[in-house]
Design a binder for this molecule. Structure first.
Ligand SMILES: C[C@H](N)C(=O)N[C@@H](CCC(=O)O)C(=O)O
Ligand code: MG
Length: 365
């Protein structure tokens, strides 16, 4: 099975309610769709969102990187030599992790099709079921409490609360949500780089001493501020998770070596796809550091790939944040990963089992 062509499209799905974090507010999911074609007629699917504020990538940069730089190097490559395909994708240029992720996802999808196995089995196998948290956007306190209660009613047992906008208000937000859902749901926080290290220590200290139990706090400070991450990790009881600080295996090694984080959030759009995500999971497991599998606000093609990885690496990926299918009005993607509220079930069709992407708008090559 040889790569012969790469096509592009766009897929868009409106959100039920705006997704609001410390850095952005979004009303819909929009991904570049990458279709890798082969001489056997098989088509591999990958997707990437334009998360410019996190990865630096836009739809223009993703498509240009694939069209002009990485794509031409892949023509004629045999899918059975997955290592070669992945090696070329990763060494073709620096950065551009979203473009690399979309291509890797498509190539791994084809690898699964070649050997007629679902991806998670080719990655080592596992129990094909996961349970995800759901994100509560940062907002007025009453709205966040109401959203948290609806999520608990819908069966979610873990809530990922977005904070990082205003430290004083954040403490009130978390206390109000905690008392509304106490004993019914676990609370994890994500500040999306919105606090300073001192603010984080102060806020978490206040919450801890008032009896609020948090599962973890994600990326309290700026991505580059490894010293700040370590400062917080050393001073609070709540486990600290690195997200925007943890793109590459090398960064993860540094975070672990300097004890700047207790947990690592792996996202394919940060790692440049599955190959580096696997390396990160292995590094973390060697060091007894737990991981979360996360996602951007992105389509269910990328999220399906992440779910396959999480199943295969369940020994170290023990926290799941793959909630976008619950946040959209409708999911245009049908794959072999079925999302139903908090439950994620993987079926055994080959690769990612992409059957259809509704409303896919093809882009002229
Ligand atoms: C969607 C997921 N629950 C999430 O919160 N992901 C990111 C933010 C994604 C984005 O802004 O597109 C995170 O910071 O963990
Ligand atoms: Mg995060």
């Amino acid at each position: 099975m040889k790569i012969t062509n790469i096509q592009f499209g766009l897929v868009k799905a409106p959100l039920k309610t705006p997704f609001k974090t410390a850095v952005r507010s979004v009303d819909y999911v929009e991904d570049t769709v990458v279709i890798v074609e082969t001489d056997t007629g098989n088509r591999g699917y990958g997707t990437a969102p334009a998360t410019a504020l996190i990865t630096g990538d836009t739809h223009g940069s993703i498509q240009a990187a694939i069209k002009h730089q990485i794509g031409p190097l892949l023509m004629g490559l045999e899918i059975e030599n997955l290592n070669k395909c992945v090696g070329i994708i990763q060494s073709s240029m620096i950065n551009n992790t979203s473009a690399k992720a979309a291509l890797e996802i498509a190539v791994y999808d084809l690898f699964g099709q070649l050997y007629r196995q679902p991806l998670y089995k080719l990655l080592g196998g596992g129990e094909p079921a996961l349970s995800t948290d759901v994100t509560i956007s940062v907002d007025y306190i009453d709205k966040m409490v109401a959203d948290s209660l609806s999520a608990v009613e819908a069966g979610f047992e873990t809530l990922k609360i977005k904070v990082g906008k205003d430290i004083g208000l954040d403490i009130d937000r978390i206390k109000a949500i905690y008392s509304a859902v106490e004993g019914r749901a676990l609370i994890r926080l994500d500040a999306n780089q919105g606090w300073t290290a001192k603010q984080a220590v102060y806020a978490l200290g206040q919450l801890e001493s008032s009896g609020v139990k948090l599962e973890l706090v994600e990326q309290p400070v700026k991505a580059y501020d490894f010293d700040g991450m370590r400062y917080i990790t050393e001073r609070v009881s709540t486990p600290v998770m690195a997200d925007e600080s943890a793109f590459s295996p090398k960064q993860v090694l540094e975070l672990i070596r300097t004890r700047a984080a207790d947990i690592i959030n792996i996202k394919l759009m940060k790692t440049g796809g599955l190959s580096n995500a696997i390396k990160i999971a292995d590094i973390a497991q060697i060091h007894d550091v737990e991981c979360m599998i996360g996602c951007m606000l992105e389509s269910s093609v990328g999220i399906a790939a992440a779910a396959h990885l999480a199943v295969a690496k369940a020994g170290v990926i023990r926290k799941i944040d793959l909630d976008v299918p619950s946040l959209v009005e409708f999911d245009p993607v049908s794959s072999n990963v079925v999302f139903s509220g908090p439950e994620i079930a993987l079926q055994d069709t080959p690769g990612l089992g992409i059957e259809c992407i509704e409303n896919l708008q093809m882009i002229e090559a």
